[in-house]
Design a protein around this ligand. Structure first.
Ligand SMILES: C[S@@+](CC[C@H](N)C(=O)[O-])C[C@H]1O[C@@H](n2cnc3c(N)ncnc32)[C@H](O)[C@@H]1O
Length: 289
């Protein structure tokens, strides 16, 4: 049985992105196709879905579930949505009618061994989602940053208010840190937990964001996407933390964007109950004037 990732805010994405038969849509974060395949069905055989995913392991796993031959309108591209212009051009197209980004990581990446992004697994401290495109691991980062730089990174990327204490713990134990388990244990040895949340949670988030350039990718995406979006075309972005949401919100304030939903759309209590990973999701949608 292949892995299942439950798509977040699925009906809301379909309602607001509003894909029509014959349209060309980019799913910039295809993952397990939870959103992408529904969009592919909506655009139909006359339309096109360009499905972008940066993680080759996720794509291999997704292929166990998805009969891609049933979706001739789907073109799969391993790559980074930050390069949306090149990706669209590589499909011999100039413009598209809509783009979806469902940011962050999928459940398979969090639950499986080998990525090093989860506190629950004991893996080498790597955290690279695309090992070919990224050379620096999380361990390289911890070793190269000075204590103050590390504290700043934890504060800036994850609002970790205990950043100085954690940076000091990490740097004074750096020779003992090789794995995600070592890092989680060393942080827990000097910082208390908040409720049921592990005290290293924000540190893991901050490092993953830095290693994979997640915020830079989103900024680069916004710097490019208007070139390839048709007038009237829509962008829907699901973000999972305030830094991503701020980038989306600030970009949508600029010309020529017209915001479709003034307040971000969040999951219902029912959705969060069925899929706790949806709890911090925020969907923003805008159209190109
Ligand atoms: C939240 S998951 C998307 C899940 C998908 N919507 C679904 O329902 O199956 C985010 C996915 O985006 C991928 N990803 C993250 N950053 C990316 C980037 N810059 N370019 C392309 N894919 C990216 C991750 O590897 C992950 O598979």
């Amino acid at each position: 049985m292949a892995y299942q990732h439950i798509p977040v805010l699925l009906e809301e994405v379909l309602c607001y992105l509003d894909p029509h038969p014959g349209q060309v849509i980019v799913d910039g974060t295809f993952g397990f196709g939870g959103h992408g395949l529904r969009i592919a069905r909506a655009v139909g055989s006359e339309g096109k879905l360009i499905a972008v995913e940066r993680d080759s392991r996720t794509l291999k796993e997704a292929e166990k579930n998805i009969a891609f031959s049933n979706y001739p309108q789907l073109t799969l591209k391993q790559g980074n949505f930050a390069h949306i212009t090149d990706i669209v051009r590589s499909c011999a197209l100039d413009k598209v009618d809509g783009v979806l980004l469902d940011l962050g990581v999928n459940s398979y990446q969090l639950d499986s061994a080998g990525y090093g992004i989860s506190i629950k697994q004991n893996d080498p401290l790597d955290m690279r989602i695309d090992k070919k495109a990224t050379s620096r691991t999380a361990l390289d980062l911890l070793r190269s940053l000075k204590e103050e730089e590390l504290a700043n990174l934890l504060f800036e990327n994850a609002n970790e208010y205990r950043s100085r204490r954690i940076a000091s713990l990490i740097k004074s134990n750096i020779t003992n840190i090789k794995s995600s388990g070592d890092l989680a244990r060393i942080i827990a040895s000097g910082v208390s937990s908040r409720g049921r949340i592990h005290p290293a949670t924000k540190t893991f988030q901050a490092l993953r964001i830095a290693v994979n350039d997640e915020l830079k990718n989103l900024e680069q995406f916004f710097a490019q996407v208007l070139q390839v979006l048709n007038t009237g075309g829509r962008i829907a972005v699901i973000s999972f933390h305030s830094l991503e949401d701020r980038i989306v919100k600030n970009n949508f304030k600029k010309e020529p964007w017209v915001v479709i939903n003034k307040k971000p759309i969040t999951p219902s209590a029912e959705e969060v109950k069925n899929n706790p990973r949806a709890r911090s999701a925020k969907l923003r949608v805008a159209a190109k004037r």
